[in-house]
Every structure is written in C-alpha cells, then in structure tokens.
Design a protein around this ligand. Structure first.
Ligand code: ZN
Length: 246
C-alpha cells in the first residue's frame, strides 16, 4: 500500500509541471475571460494590456487602404478540436499568405468563434473566422471574416463534415479547401492594433477585419455551437485611444 502511494506521489510530481507551464482557461465558470489574468503570471497582459482584442468597431479613420492582397493556394490538411475552438492547421510548405505593408505573412492556422468576438456598431455576427499569419520576424496579423446566418456555405462543409466532436481530437480533410472562397470577394477591411483574444493575450497583433460578411446556414452554426458546448468569444475590450482605420 505504501509502495503504491509512493509511486502515485512520484507520478503526480512528474505530471504537475507539465500542466503548470500552460494554465487551463475557459469561456465559462472560474476560468472565464474575466479571470484569465489570475490563472497564471503569463496571462497578466489579459488584464494589464492597453491594446487588447476583440473590440467594437464604431468610429473609423479613412486612410484609403488598398484591398487586402491574399495568396491562398493549398489550404489545410488537418482540423483539430482543441477544446477552445475548431482549428484548421496549414503546413508551412503550403505557402498560403497575405501581403501587408509590403511584407509577406504566412498563414499558420484558422479557427472560429461563435458568436463573433469583434463587433460592428455594437452588433455581433453569428460567427467569426480568424486566419492567423506570421511574417519572417514572427509578427502576427489576423484576418477576421464575419459570418451571418443565411445560405449554407459549401466551403465550410469541407471542414464541418470531419469536425471532431471531442476535445483533443483531430481529423484529416477529405476534400481540398479553397481558402480564397472563405474571404469575401470585396477585400476592403478595417485595421487596428490588438492582441491575441485567448491567453496569453499577447499584443502587437495587426487586426484586419473584413467589412463584408459571408453566410452560413442555421444548421452549420448549430453544428459548431453544439460541438463547442458554449459560446467561445471573449468580450470586447476598451480601445484606450486606439484608432480603427479603413
Ligand atoms: Zn480567434
């Protein structure tokens, strides 16, 4: 009995540091967004940061930006349910990218939030997709696409049909995706400086929210929200003097 207890204690000791390095967080209960900064020292920016995302897009400054330049070719191979979202991972060799300020930002992954995280004039879209990119210096740019309920989205079905129902499960896509069709044909956008919307809420993220929404069907939205069990959107954060340009 003692030997068993000793072994269990040793096992516990060897496991604890693994979990301590990345504290658990959630969208509900004791680990909901208002508590993120208390869950780990590494999450302090969630509370102390002055450039946090998401935001409410309201007053904007006209800067005559060119429409977004996207170069999406190969698309993802794998979709995972990480317990926080459904995420499609893009291989670096795929060379899917955007051009921003004359620099190339390579697509890493894209994932979904329902309802939307950013709001426009105080209104949520039914769902928001985040395409996460990095440039050679490791700087992050996120392209956000809003989805309202309407016509079914056939491109989403390629992901939705293999969407893992359980957390920490992944699946391989059966049909190749064309990510270009998940970005509105009108590529005008709002731009602002923000953060990751999940812990550690790191700042210095260039946010590009597409002005024109796409649609998904009620059934597609339900499949996502049912799989997530609850809303997976962080509430909007104070602007602290930031300007949204268009
Ligand atoms: Zn996101």
């Amino acid at each position: 009995m003692n030997a068993f207890k000793g072994k269990a204690a040793l096992l516990a000791l060897s496991i604890i540091p693994l979990f301590a390095s990345a504290s658990h967080w959630s969208y509900v209960g004791d680990e909901a967004p208002e508590h993120w900064s208390q869950l780990s020292d590494e999450y302090k920016t969630c509370q102390q940061g002055m450039n946090q995302s998401p935001i409410n897009i309201d007053t904007t400054l006209k800067a005559h930006q060119h429409p977004l330049e996207v170069h999406y070719g190969q698309g993802p191979d794998v979709v995972i349910n990480n317990g926080h979202t459904i995420q499609a991972t893009v291989e670096p060799k795929a060379a899917d990218s955007i051009t921003l300020d004359g620099q190339s930002y390579a697509l890493q992954q894209f994932h979904f939030h329902a309802p939307s995280e950013n709001t426009v004039h105080g209104k949520h879209a039914a769902m928001e997709m985040h395409l996460v990119h990095k440039n050679a210096a490791g700087e992050v740019a996120v392209v956000a696409v809003m989805f309202n309920v309407g016509a079914a989205n056939p491109e989403l079905d390629k992901l939705w049909s293999v969407m893992p129902q359980d957390a920490e499960k992944d699946a391989t896509l059966k049909t190749a995706m064309n990510i270009n069709t998940l970005v509105p044909a009108d590529r005008t956008y709002w731009r602002f400086s923000g953060s990751l919307t999940t812990p550690p809420c790191s700042e210095g993220v260039a946010w590009l929210v597409m002005k024109h929404p796409l649609t998904l069907s009620e059934a597609q939205l339900e499949k996502f929200t049912h799989t997530m069990h609850h809303d997976n959107n962080r509430p909007v954060q104070p602007l602290h003097g930031r300007v949204v340009v268009e």
